[in-house]
Design a protein. Structure first.
Lengths: 280, 298
């Protein structure tokens, strides 16, 4: 129906592409600036007029970060905590999701509502009692404190994501196990888990990202430099040498690598997780 | 199966879901519901956490908060920051989704742009804060571009002058948050049946009429539920503001979360901080109730 190739039509197409270019500048320029600044010297970052590409390309900022054991420890802590929480969350959430997806029981509806509403509890509200608890149990400034607190924030999302995935799988499969006299536990591990790998991957990815990004609890529940995670490390770097912008950008690039890699390699799973809260 | 075996089986079926759910429920009750009760308790005590046998304080801490002008300023800043963020997240997300969905662009370009437009979403709040501090440094690239274009006459201290700081953090948050809307609306657009538009074409509808009478009404459920979630989450933003301005200068970017954090961990007034945290919890719960009702009505 549409009339093509009239001058007006061509004008609209050109205008659309100009708008797309403007959108691209808005979305990507800050990231581009971070990336190129990490390859510049500190003086060049503030050169007038600004240099679009590094004039004197240098890896000195990366060398400074990767050669410093204190900063490498931040990365180790982040990977360790996020990895541990991901394993625990996926296991616990898988069991809960199996219960929600395959059984009808009293209180199912209200439990589901409870889990949906816990997603919106403000972290700052839980921070104060957590601080009190962590101090009184003597786990302040330990991995355990971070792992336990993160678990509470990742679990509701993970349960909803996994339940959503299990609901898409046909029930005949696990019913076949029941007919053969197998328990629901057997059905879970023999039948459900092997075909749920995409759901498990999506849940793991999202859980990992939530932990990797966490700031408020890492800031409050740890104290010594050796227990700090990457986000806190970046903040510390900012306080120590407020003018080492190239190092801060290099650390930011390194700190964004897991997310960027997951996004590029597993875009589908990434988006499944990121929009999980909103489509339920 | 013998009848005995069958009743045993039925019993197992009845108990099983609770067993599968129990680890999650134990964690959620002990680490989410119990702490919520605890924080409410703290807000009625004197020297909560800090003393072993705190005395009852009544409503003292709530009165202190409501009498504090910084609390009211924080509430106002939170409201401004959140409303502006949600409105612009929605507008930018909608514009980008509509542009990407247009059949006037080539599919390869569309796929490349979709990946690039999502970029801000891939960065942690702390990193977003650091990036914007670099961009908005007085000697930074934004000032030098704006000065070359003649939009500003002299260097603006975006994050450190009280007139611009709140706008600057809001802008950074707008940049960081629109992809959620974009991705969800794009998925929604692809779900609108093509015949709606074909029927409108036959009736000779103009592009803007199709937008107002087909596209927007079809996307309304997504727009409402994402706006509510975005509102709840933006209200709780902490790291972005903490790292860019720390709530300053002179409280000009203080929001409820930074206000509460400072009460607790700079002034060590944990009781009053607990009262403030309860107020934030009540606002969030009110909005959550609204969100759940809306989701159920759908």
């Amino acid at each position: 129906m549409r009339k093509r190739h009239t001058p007006k039509d061509r004008l609209i197409t050109v205008a659309l592409h100009v708008a797309l270019a403007a959108g691209l500048f808005f979305a990507a320029f800050p990231i581009y600036w971070m990336l190129t600044s990490s390859f510049k010297s500190n003086t060049e970052i503030f050169a007038l007029p600004p240099t679009i590409l590094p004039k004197a390309f240098t890896l000195e900022a990366y060398a400074a970060i990767l050669g410093d054991p204190v900063k490498l420890r931040f990365f180790f802590n982040s990977y360790f905590v996020a990895g541990a929480v991901t394993v625990l969350t996926v296991l616990i959430a898988l069991l809960a999701a199996y219960g929600f997806s395959r059984f009808n029981f009293r209180g199912k509806g209200s439990l589901n509502t409870l889990i949906i509403s816990t997603q919106t509890i403000p972290p700052i509200t839980l921070l104060i009692p957590f601080f009190g608890l962590v101090v009184s149990y003597g786990i302040f400034d330990t991995y355990v404190a971070l792992i336990v607190t993160y678990l509470v924030f990742t679990l509701p999302y993970a349960i909803l994501l996994m339940t959503g995935y299990l609901n898409t799988l046909p029930r005949d499969l696990d019913e076949a196990v029941a007919v053969d006299g197998g328990s629901s536990w057997t059905a879970l591990w023999r039948v459900i888990v092997p075909i749920s790998l995409p759901g498990i991957v999506a849940t793991s990815v999202y859980t990992f990202l939530l932990c990797w990004n966490e700031f408020l609890f890492a800031l409050t529940l740890t104290k010594s430099t050796s227990m700090r995670t990457v986000p806190i490390g970046i903040q510390l770097l900012m306080g120590q040498h407020a003018f080492e912008w190239n190092q801060m950008m290099a650390m930011s690039v390194l700190g964004s690598l897991p997310l960027l890699l997951i996004y590029l390699l597993a875009q589908r799973y990434f988006l499944a997780g990121m929009t999980a809260g909103s489509v339920k | 199966m013998t009848p005995q075996k069958r009743s045993h089986h039925r019993l197992k079926r009845a108990v099983a879901p609770y067993l599968y759910l129990s680890p999650s429920l134990i964690i959620i009750s002990l680490l989410m519901l119990l702490p919520m009760v605890t924080v409410i308790g703290y807000s009625f005590q004197n020297s909560a956490v800090l003393r072993r046998d705190p005395s009852f304080a009544g409503l003292k801490h709530y009165q202190a908060i409501f009498a504090d002008p910084v609390f009211w300023a924080s509430l106002w800043h939170t409201l401004y920051f959140t409303c502006m963020s949600v409105v612009f997240h929605m507008t930018i997300g909608m514009i980008f989704a509509l542009m990407l969905n247009s059949d006037r662009i080539n599919p390869t370009l569309r796929n490349i742009l979709r990946v690039l437009y999502i970029l801000p979403w891939l960065f942690t709040a702390v990193i977003i804060a650091v990036i914007w501090r670099l961009l908005l440094e007085p000697n930074g690239v934004v000032n030098s571009i704006l000065m070359q274009l003649g939009i500003i006459g002299s260097k603006v201290e975006w994050f450190s002058s009280p007139e611009t700081a709140l706008h600057a953090v809001t802008f950074a948050n707008i940049w960081a948050g629109y992809p959620l809307f974009m991705v969800s609306l794009l998925a929604g657009l692809q779900g609108i049946p093509k015949d709606f538009y074909e029927a409108a074409d036959i009736d000779g509808a103009k592009a803007y009429q199709k937008l107002i009478f087909i596209t927007i009404p079809q996307l309304m459920p997504i727009i409402i539920s994402i706006s509510l979630l975005d509102f709840i989450w933006t209200m709780q933003v902490f790291p972005l503001i903490w790292i860019t301005t720390g709530g300053g200068p002179i409280y000009s970017t203080e929001v409820l979360s930074t206000y509460t954090y400072k009460l607790a961990f700079s002034s060590y007034n944990l009781s009053q901080a607990a009262a403030s945290a309860v107020i934030i919890l009540l606002i969030s719960l009110g909005l959550t109730l609204f969100y759940i009702r809306y989701q159920k009505a759908r």
